[in-house]
Design a binder for this molecule. Sequence first.
Ligand code: GLV
Ligand code: MN
Ligand code: MN
Length: 418
Amino acid sequence: MTGVAKMIDEISSIGRDLTRGGFSRAGYSTADRELRDWFTAHANQRGLDVERDRNGVLWASWNPAGAAGPAIVTGSHLDSVPGGGGYDGPLGVASALAAIDILREDGRRLQRPIAIAVFPEEEGSRFGVACLGSRLLSGAISPERALALTDDEGDSFADVARRDGLDPASMGPDAAGLARIAAFVELHVEQGRGLIDLGEPVAIASSILGHGRWRVTVDGQGNHAGTTLMADRRDPLVAAARMVVEIRDLARRTDGARATVGRLEPVPGGTNVIASQVRFWIDIRHPDDVVTASLVSQARDIIARAAQGEGCAADVREESLSPTVDFDLGLRDALRRSLPNAPELGTGAGHDAGVLASSAPTAMLFVRNPTGISHSPEELVEDADAEIGAVALATVLGELASAQSIEGTTHAQPMMAK
Ligand code: GLV
Ligand code: MN
Ligand code: MN
């Protein structure tokens, strides 16, 4: 087993989900804490200083002799979706540690420090907003809004963060933290079949689809399944079922669109009970932000019509919205020079690198996933590809940390806080 595969194997017992399969490693859970401890131990073994910033991001810095100024930063996240795979996030963290090992062995003289960042609650599985740590750091979410988010138990992010040793009052945009980033390069398992089809192990990312999440609440009349005549019902689950199918149909007729309902909760949820309320979440993605806005508006119309048709009431709330990101052209050129054989691929998945793209030059590398499946226990990376990915990352980091200046070109404005 190679270095990266061994590290992934070390954490394979943490956060296993015996009911759903795969891993359920929610942000700020016990599993998340154990994973952070695992990372800190690895970083310390390598003599890296680890600090946790006020937004809960872990930073491990390697300052080789002679290196100075803002760092070339790599890293990813350790949390997962419910019942997720073992590579989405951890592959980037383990590869970052392995890349530092490779660069050290190489003995190359570096001008800049290299840092590993581990971002909390990337999946948004617990508090509903993806990339919560990088959004706080970059100002893409206001601390007031973030701290008021609640999990399924009704615990606020403020309380959970406080219990985890963070000071909620200190959270929010961190200009000094961002100024330490000369460039950010996140390595990630590919979440589709692009590299399988191309027969290549590693790609350079070109873009991330714009995407967002909307929470829908449908209210009807809870009642008895046996005594309520079919004509007398106001069943929010029937309304929600129509909404789910019609939103799927809307995405099917819109070129390039993706719309998903992956989470639906009937209340109270009894076999012989007509639900009184249904909550569900829609994930909508499209490369063109104008089309995304139009899809959302059409989905709102579908929801209003379907609710009315069943005598129900519906409410739609935006939980997060991220514009389409084209990764920094100058940095992509630099990566292409380091990895001339790597193809460029876009992705439909969101990442902290996408959030940070508005604050620093960012780029990503994808490593082949032989199943082409992600957010599922079937997600996979072959050991040999994981090693090729780590070497590619080390090559890129080594080149960037040796460069006199980082040729970032598309340095967008900071996102508007919501
Ligand atoms: C994160 O993986 C997302 O794309 O939702
Ligand atoms: Mn993910
Ligand atoms: Mn991820």
